[in-house]
Design a binder for this molecule. Sequence first.
Ligand SMILES: Nc1ncnc2c1ncn2[C@@H]1O[C@H](COP(=O)(O)OP(=O)(O)OP(=O)(O)O)[C@@H](O)[C@H]1O
Ligand SMILES: [Mg+2]
Length: 314
Amino acid sequence: MILTITMNPSVDISYPLAKFNINDINRVKDVRKTAGGKGLNVTRGIKYSGIDVLASGIVGGTTGEYIQKKLTENDIKYDFYITKQESRNCIAILHEGNQTEILESGPVLTEQDVIHFFNHYQTLLSQAKVITISGSLPQGFPVNFYVQLIEKANKNNIPVLLDSSGNMLHEVLISQNKPYLIKPNKSELQQILQVNIDEQNIDSLISAVNHPLLDNIAFVIVSLGKNGAFARCHGQYYRVTIPRINVVNPVGSGDVTLAGLAVGIHQNEPVEVMLKRAMTMGMLNTMESQTGFVNMQNYDGYFQQVVVQQVMDK
Ligand SMILES: Nc1ncnc2c1ncn2[C@@H]1O[C@H](COP(=O)(O)OP(=O)(O)OP(=O)(O)O)[C@@H](O)[C@H]1O
Ligand SMILES: [Mg+2]
């Protein structure tokens, strides 16, 4: 089973409007509400791939109940730590080809929440073969909290796939407790390494994934949007190219890419197959209007078109 961690999930609300009237009333008919948060996108991606998955993290209040209700509707198993504070709403207004977002920062949690969640997490480890951790930490959590989660998982020999950025990722990279896999996109990697990456240049990519901050991480998968990905897997380098496709909404593609990677590792797939799976999931997500959704009926056709090339370091 794959355990997914979403520390600050949300109810994602989308309001499609023909025109967005500022300082006036906007009436919406087709309101769509989903259980949101990067880790829940990962969860859905794994579920659609047919692999057993359990979603955990922190929810609270009526928003938290709504998140759980939505997951139940999708037949997704979950086991959250329930806090007394209200989970957040995130609103996307879709208007005139634009997307205006209003994102609540979410609850400010207490030291007790930190301790209780950590204990809850430990009770789930015996069920997990692979763990994914996505997104940012709620307010009130120490910035090195992911280090603690990874340390516990490593002690239990459970590989952790981490998709985070900024300070939280930096804390992990400077610690002794390494995740098994990270999946930064290009701008996240540039930011964390403080280097410029030329994604058309193999030497630039190889030098980035060999940065000392990334030592002792078995899989470094750099996702490159429409340009596919570049990966260092157990010391081998891979350039992954994908076909040109019709993109509807790319948001959440990285999350379902992580879902593909988690499934590949869970199923002990050869690296090439795992990378093709991950890219196919990302592409399928870009073709849907709903963030973090994929239509698996198109899976095989796109999987065939992904090309994985091993490249040598000079
Ligand atoms: N415009 C695109 N065209 C084709 N495939 C895409 C496009 N954008 C994303 N993808 C697919 O999804 C994968 C992940 O996308 P990307 O690198 O944009 O992740 P990300 O920036 O982490 O996304 P997010 O954080 O919003 O989930 C890509 O490697 C690719 O397979
Ligand atoms: Mg991402």
